[in-house]
Design a protein around this ligand. Structure first.
Ligand code: NDP
Length: 322
């Protein structure tokens, strides 16, 4: 089968098409024939070596398709089931053998492309809005990179809860999009001072929670946007990892809390995985959350896809099509 591999870490050019053996599902695994592969920013961290991986590596931790074969002991799925999965590696390929307890059934009314564009990103949003901090109606929250894959889902989900969303984006076109999705206030963070704008919007108080996936470039602005005893949720590094923060900075900025969540600490058991996935699919099926697939790339253009993502040229989610 065709798969993308990299043998050394580096730029998008290290992602090369290879002809590899189709894996056989081991005990507890299913072989999924891919219809759509989710591209996530974390795939770029693996490629560059920011998050170390074993080489050679076929990147990708999310795809949707059909179960082709099941390994020993699997009762959760049977061949022919429509599924999506998250976690591990090997998704940038025509098929992948994955743990059955990291896959979920894709319900009627959700197609494979939508599932691959939304499962990991939507579950991240579910964890961040419901568990990292329980956002309530009427609260004013800050969402960075709101026009991105995670950001669009977060904006719509937070609006469904009844929150007031202050969204940051990198361009006018992205500002238009997040307004359409319901963002109440939009800050162009490449031109405007985020903390100043947030203080103005909140009458000087700041926000009780800020979701920051941009990392290095936005860290200071996020810190200064929080209300007393507010929660800084640092959940990504699109601009690079933030510098270390001495605890005293949190005191000076208003006795803040800082957390660095990762999805896989929120979906540990299969029950948690199923509950979170069900919540995501329900948001989509009910029309509460629209999933924008802003761009698709053929599998052999994975390098181009990473280039687009890292140069901030994408909007919504991106897919690879095998
Ligand atoms: P996005 O589609 O959101 O793409 C990243 C966006 O970040 C860009 O479009 C861009 O939007 C913004 N950005 C700001 N500065 C930069 C920069 N210097 N270089 C590149 N992009 C920049 O990606 P995803 O939806 O896949 O992921 C969003 C974030 O969420 C990532 O940081 C990812 O690591 C994180 N994440 C974390 C998880 C966790 O468990 N902790 C799980 C899933 C995702 P703009 O042009 O508007 O600035």
């Amino acid at each position: 089968m065709r798969a993308i591999r990299f043998e050394t870490t580096g730029g998008p050019e290290v992602l090369q098409l290879a002809d590899v053996e189709t894996p056989k599902p081991g005990p507890g695994q299913v072989l999924v024939r891919h219809e759509a592969i989710g591209i996530n920013f974390i795939d770029t961290y693996h490629r560059t070596g920011l998050y170390p991986v074993k080489l050679p590596c076929t990147p990708g931790g999310e795809a949707a398709g059909v179960v082709e074969a099941v390994g020993e002991g699997v009762t959760r799925f049977k061949p022919g089931d429509p599924v999506a999965y998250l976690g591990g590696f090997g998704a940038y390929a025509e098929a992948n053998a994955v743990r059955a307890d990291r896959a979920v059934r894709v319900p009627d009314g959700v197609d494979a492309r939508t599932a691959a564009a939304s499962l990991l990103k939507g579950m991240t949003v579910e964890a961040l809005l419901n568990h990292t901090y329980r956002v309530s109606g009427g609260e004013i929250i800050l969402v960075h990179a709101a026009a991105g894959g995670v950001g669009q889902i977060m904006t719509q989900w937070a609006k469904a809860i009844g929150a007031v969303v202050i969204a940051t984006v990198g361009s006018e076109a992205k500002a238009v999009r997040v307004r359409e999705l319901g963002a109440d206030h939009v800050i162009l963070y490449r031109e405007q001072d985020v903390a100043e704008e947030v203080r103005r919007i909140t009458g000087g108080r700041g926000v009780p929670v800020a979701y920051d996936s941009v990392g290095k470039d936005t860290f200071e602005g996020t810190l200064k946007s929080l209300a007393r005893r507010g929660l800084f949720v640092s959940f990504g590094n699109a601009s690079g990892p933030p510098d270390p923060v001495p605890p005293g900075r949190l005191a000076q900025a208003g006795s803040l809390y800082l957390t660095r969540p990762t999805l896989f600490d929120y979906v540990v058991t299969t029950e948690q995985l199923d509950a979170s996935a069900a919540a995501v699919f329900e948001m989509i099926r009910s029309g509460t959350v629209a999933v924008e697939i802003g761009q698709t790339f053929p599998l052999d253009r994975a390098g181009k896809a990473h280039e687009a993502l890292e140069s901030r040229a994408t909007i919504g989610a991106s897919l690879l099509i095998p």
